[in-house]
Design a protein around this ligand. Structure first.
Ligand SMILES: O=C([C@H](O)CO)[C@H](O)[C@H](O)COP(=O)(O)O
Length: 210
């Protein structure tokens, strides 16, 4: 299982400083949607230049013009780019084809998809690299979590890797470990802790013991 650090509520220098603290414990660093909105794809470029040994995910949450947006994120140095599961199949296909051409990976964010099982099966057949269940900030504030959806995708997806995001922290890691996704995405569970390195290292330790 890989560990992705989601950076959302920081600017580029703050993000780089934060990654310096936890670099040994993570595999992927995510430039979250709020950062892309505030700073643009320069944030992806800056993170890749600062940490060439980490994979960088650009959380663009693409909804249209898939091929073009994958191309621009690839030019900025993103290794993995996100598209929304609710998008048109033509958009998903555009993302998959362009990502293959560029040697990048596509992660589908299932946020707000109603029929997770059927859509995950379709996306798997469209050749995406990761399918990620995700409880967004607004769902988290209403007490929702992604664990039931994680069990659903684990039972239907045959080829794509599975991932989970949304409010994951040390205390909920045992539930993640039990479901055994290929990728766990943690934002506030690390970034809002006083000792970020300790939080990341404890989460990494649980993954290593699994
Ligand atoms: O994708 C995210 C959210 O929609 C804001 O862009 C977060 O990166 C994702 O939810 C992980 O962050 P935490 O929920 O804080 O773990």
């Amino acid at each position: 299982m890989e560990l992705q650090l989601a950076l959302d509520l920081v600017n580029i220098p703050e993000g780089i400083a934060l990654v310096k603290e936890v670099e040994p414990f993570i595999d992927i660093v995510e430039i979250g949607t709020p950062i892309v909105i505030n700073e643009g794809l320069h944030a992806v470029k800056a993170m890749k230049e600062a940490f060439p040994n980490l994979k960088v995910l650009a959380d663009l949450k693409i909804m249209d013009a898939g091929g073009y947006e994958i191309m621009k994120a690839s030019e900025a140095g993103a290794d993995i780019i996100t598209v929304l599961g609710a998008s048109n199949d033509l958009t998903i296909k555009g993302c998959v084809d362009e990502a293959k051409k560029q040697g990048r990976k596509v992660l589908v964010d299932m946020i707000n998809v109603k029929d997770i099982a059927s859509r995950a099966k379709e996306l798997d057949e469209l050749g995406v690299d990761y399918i990620c269940v995700h409880t967004g900030y607004d769902g988290q504030a209403a007490g929702q979590n992604p664990f039931e959806d994680l069990a659903t995708i684990k039972s239907v997806v045959k080829t794509a890797k599975t991932a989970v995001a949304g409010g994951i922290k040390l205390a909920t890691m045992p539930e993640v470990i039990k479901a055994n996704p290929d990728l766990v995405i943690v934002g506030g569970g690390i970034t809002s802790q006083d000792d970020k390195a300790a939080a990341a290292s404890q989460i990494r330790e649980l993954i290593a013991q699994a």
